[in-house]
Write a protein that binds this ligand. Structure first.
Ligand code: GRG
Length: 294
């Protein structure tokens, strides 16, 4: 299978979906809608919506049924990036290779654009799946649980506390990675499975795959932060060093980090293999991601 072609075609579908399902930049209030689109259209990797669509494909769906859910998860992810970049959080000037929203617009507009993307994600799920109320409920419940205080926002809080305190413990770091990074990757896969009508056992396998893939994704980025001289995750390499942020590599070293990536990737691939349908794309994507840190 040509994984790059497949990924490109999933990403192209996501771009079309974003254009269809997010308010146009010139509709009132235009400054707010333009700021939402400015951030969405800055060209992220679209990993989460691509995972969501490919999980749905495992269940036999290759039409547009899963597209609104894919757009919803990208809106939610983008909100979290906009807020993470704000001066009261990471205070970043660049994201996705462009000035952050509070730099290109202003802080209040960035805050509101993030709020609006967060709210839009749930409105879109409620509207797009209104004719399948059980599915709409399942998707909203899944995304809300992941975006809330026990997972994404909880992971962000723990990260801020860790930074203030100085040294995060390995357990604290694991909590941050599981909730700040892996949670949304798990949920992307599970939402795709929900749209495809997977049963509870299959959804569990998707969640397991997502957890392992998410942990591997985070540690790959941590390894690249110290080994590569290019920007990763849209941020300037060296930031962790500059702020003395605790990372997996800092605690465990490079060799152990690479072993961890291999273990997590193997576990993700095993979980994908245990699902119905042809999961070659998802397995190869996981392997290719891990190979970036080799
Ligand atoms: C503000 C509630 C709230 C949460 C912020 C997303 C996040 C949590 C922080 C961003 C900083 C960070 C490094 C998070 C961990 C991994 C992550 C989510 C990276 C960004 O995802 P990518 O690399 O980004 O998929 P693109 O731009 O490609 O979508």
């Amino acid at each position: 299978m040509d994984v790059t072609n497949k990924l490109n075609s999933l990403v192209a579908r996501v771009e079309t979906g974003l254009d269809q399902h997010v308010p146009a930049a010139d509709t009132r209030p235009a400054r707010l809608h333009a700021a939402m689109r400015y951030s969405l259209e800055a060209g992220g990797k679209r990993l989460r919506p691509a995972l969501l669509l490919s999980a749905a494909e495992l269940g036999g769906l290759d039409g547009d049924e899963a597209l609104p859910a894919a757009v919803a998860i990208e809106c939610l992810h983008t909100y979290s990036l906009i807020h993470d970049d704000l001066p009261c959080m990471d205070n970043d000037d660049l994201r996705r290779g462009r000035p952050t929203v509070h730099k290109a617009y202003d802080e209040a507009t960035a805050l509101l654009a993030g709020d609006a993307l967060l709210t839009h994600a749930f409105a879109l799920l409620a509207e797009a799946y209104a004719d399948r109320p059980a599915l709409a409920h399942g998707l909203i419940r899944e995304l809300a649980a992941t975006a809330g205080s026990r997972r994404l926002i909880g992971g962000q809080m723990a990260d801020l506390e860790g930074e203030a305190k100085g040294d995060a413990t390995p357990e604290e770091l694991e909590f941050i990675h599981l909730n700040k990074t892996a949670a949304m990757i798990e949920t992307a896969l599970v939402m795709g499975g929900l749209v495809a009508g997977f049963d509870v056992g299959q959804l569990d396998r998707l969640r397991t795959a997502g957890r392992h893939l998410g942990l591997a994704f985070q540690i790959v980025d941590d390894v690249l932060d110290v080994t590569s001289d290019t920007a990763t995750m849209g941020k300037t390499v060296g930031k962790d060093e500059a702020t003395e942020k605790t990372t997996y590599v800092r605690i465990h070293g490079l060799d152990a980090s690479r072993r961890f990536i291999t273990e997590q990737t193997d576990a993700a691939v095993a979980a994908f293999s245990a699902l119905p349908g042809d999961s070659t794309f998802l397995q190869t994507l996981a392997r290719n991601m891990a190979s970036r840190a080799a």
